[in-house]
Write a protein that binds this ligand. Structure first.
Ligand code: ACO
Length: 339
């Protein structure tokens, strides 16, 4: 079964509640309509009801009546969620009045609904910047136990029959969030990416922390960081098949691995690639995507206590539809892991 068929059928079987703060954004509303029609999630739209309904009528959408609509200007809504935001941010010195104003911001209101247990995940970013979407999630939802850094993965879907990854699937991280991770942060990115490999890509992770050096072939501060990150990640998850520092060929090509890293538990068959910095990760995924004609699904944000995903402002309704399905699967994965 194709990756998205699997994700779709899992979402359908375990309906999650997904909040869409950009309820008045046409592509978002179109994607929401399809999700509701296919019964893949219960949709919560943030916006003024009459405006959402008018836009739905203009777009000839038939299912928006089945969405829950939450009005950010409704005083009852603010009364309900502002105390939670105040509690979360009072150490930062905010007043209740500031908390009420921030709660009326749909990006924050959606995250507060998730935090309060009234929704299972959020998808936004068709009209908001990455920074604004992420900041609301960082401040309200915060990270999973044992993790204090959020990062972004791309699921790279190689051509059928590819000899790389598992069934042609490779996970790349971090490609979206942390510009210069420290060694402990890099280790956490590796652990979170292994989880994403299981929950979203449905593959058993084999994690390589990459460098321009393989097992001491070169020396520099950045190589030392990767070596330290590998040690920390081993301590965090001793059961995980993980190795570093490895060059990309030693991670991906068994013949090169047997020469450069003969004792590597990966044996040149890594399916999760962890890059030493955002610069490398972001450039690598775009090169593989464009030069290799590879489908890149993401970024899938990982490490948050509940899933929030960011869209590109140039996205299409199909991208939003798929991101909602991924978010549902992350929420299901988190619930399964917490059981
Ligand atoms: N994980 C968890 N929490 C974080 C993270 C993180 N990665 N980064 C920041 N935070 C927290 C901080 O601890 C802080 O919390 P606090 O207010 O409770 O103390 C809060 O978030 C705000 O932190 P700032 O340092 O002010 O972070 P800022 O808001 O300046 O930046 C951001 C965060 C926007 C994510 C920044 O790291 C960034 O711009 N990253 C790159 C994003 C990007 O442009 N990616 C490439 C494009 S995406 C693509 O191509 C797919």
């Amino acid at each position: 079964m194709e990756l998205f068929e699997k994700l779709t059928s899992k979402a359908h079987a375990n309906r999650q509640r997904i909040v869409l703060p950009e309820g008045l954004e046409p592509r978002t509303l179109t994607a929401a309509d399809r999700i509701i029609e296919e019964e893949l999630a219960d949709i919560i739209l943030i916006g003024h009801e009459s405006e959402i309904k008018e836009l739905a009528a203009q777009l000839k959408l038939k299912n928006i009546d089945k969405a829950q609509i939450v009005d950010p200007s409704d005083e009852n809504v603010i009364d309900k969620y502002a105390p939670l935001f105040f509690e979360l941010r009072k150490k930062k010195g905010i007043s209740m009045e500031e908390a009420r104003l921030t709660t009326a911001n749909p990006l924050y209101l959606g995250c507060l609904m998730v935090k309060a247990g009234d929704a299972d995940g959020q998808v936004a970013g068709a009209m908001n910047t990455t920074g604004n979407v992420l900041r609301a999630a960082f401040q309200v939802i915060k990270t999973q136990p044992g993790i204090n850094v959020v990062s972004g993965t791309f699921v790279m879907l190689l051509n059928e029959g590819s000899k790389f990854g598992t069934n042609g699937i490779l996970i790349f991280a971090d490609c979206a969030v942390v510009p210069n991770p420290t060694a402990p942060e890099l280790a956490q990115i590796a652990i979170s990416s292994a989880k994403t490999a299981r929950d979203i890509a449905g593959i058993e992770p084999r994690v390589a922390i990459l460098s321009f050096s393989t097992k001491g072939s070169a020396k520099s501060e950045s190589v030392d960081k990767v070596i330290e990150a590998t040690k920390i990640a081993h301590d965090m998850a001793p059961e995980l098949i993980l190795d570093g520092e490895l060059q990309a060929d030693a991670a991906l090509v068994p013949a090169v691995a047997s020469n450069k890293a003969p004792n590597s538990p990966l044996s040149g068959r890594a399916n999760v690639l962890i890059f030493p910095s955002l610069e490398v990760g972001n450039i690598a995924y775009k090169l593989v995507q464009r030069l290799g004609g590879v489908q890149a699904v993401g970024p899938v944000l990982q490490g948050l206590a509940a899933p929030v995903n960011d869209l590109s402002r140039g996205c299409f309704p199909e991208d939003i539809y798929k991101t909602i399905i991924i978010t549902c699967n992350q929420a299901i994965g988190l619930k399964e892991n917490n059981r």
